[in-house]
Design a protein around this ligand. Sequence first.
Ligand code: G4F
Length: 336
Amino acid sequence: MKKTALITGITGQDGSYLAEYLLELGYEVHGLVRRVALEQPEQRLSRLQGCLDRIHLHPASLDSYASVFHIFTKQQFDECYHLAAQSFVAESFADGFSTMATNINGTHYVLAALRELQPKCRFYFAGSSEMFGKVRETPQRETTPFHPRSPYGVSKVAGFYLALNYREAYDIPCSNGILFNHESPRRGFEFVTRKITDGVARIKLGLASELRLGNLEAKRDWGHARDYVQAMHLMLQQPEADDYVVATGETHSVREFCELAFGEVGLDYRDWVRKNDAVYRPAEVDLLIGDATKARKILQWEPTVNFVGLVREMVRADVESLTSQHHEQPVALSGR
Ligand code: G4F
């Protein structure tokens, strides 16, 4: 029997990879999108280009319980992946209230509608390594206490416990993925990895003369989003709902990311990166590195792309895309 899945946040990096993956597996895929996305498909549905004609989109707002509830009255789902969120940590410092409203109430609305209408539907909550924040142990695993350092992190801790509470109180099969940073050529430009790879491509093509960044010493465990959406799916195939860390187990600084990314096009980052005090955060997460032993053992999940492979893929994709927009001739990379 064909399974049916609903993805909230389907227009984002993870949502688009997950939609493609579930389609490959033979799922009927539905997505919850804001009405404005349907009105501006070129800008807002660009990541879904490859599968738009094979998915079903439903306009709704995570600000409105009624609109979320309505989707569950129209269609039965076997699985619901709740990825929609205000996911930019820096923005959560600028507007903590709307981050909290979307991330906490939005999650609560989906859970409450499921409880009311489809309590057997398996639910995935997109938790985050930002929940560990000021880390209490290294590496971080499922049992590591949370200490969030931003309104975003606080909202994800609340979402995590909401999902856990619906599992314990109402027997809804809710799983929490605690995903460490995951990137790809589809990453939004506001996140540091894409800001760097886009900046590298612009500098290489003569479209920019510097890249302004904040804290270069922060360390992250960076994996590839395509690998991470497979872990989400595996979580919902288990007989019992549970919580899993998804990470590569490697950590690198923003500085190392710059070094590698600029090196990929034969440049030295020290010649191009300038400090921008304005993007330092009021409270920083200094070091994240995950221990995904549980996911490896129980889900049989393994990441396939390492740090070097990830940086290379992102730089090459940005150089290629900007070249096709601005140059007729292909640009030679460093020759590696
Ligand atoms: O790329 P970032 O903005 O990602 P961050 O804050 O780690 O959060 C991402 O990963 C989380 C998983 O752990 C997700 F839950 C979350 O939704 C998001 O996807 O920043 C990474 C690091 C930070 O330490 C930041 O201070 O890079 C540092 N950084 C230095 N210069 C910068 C910049 N970050 C951004 N965005 N822009 C800069 O110019």
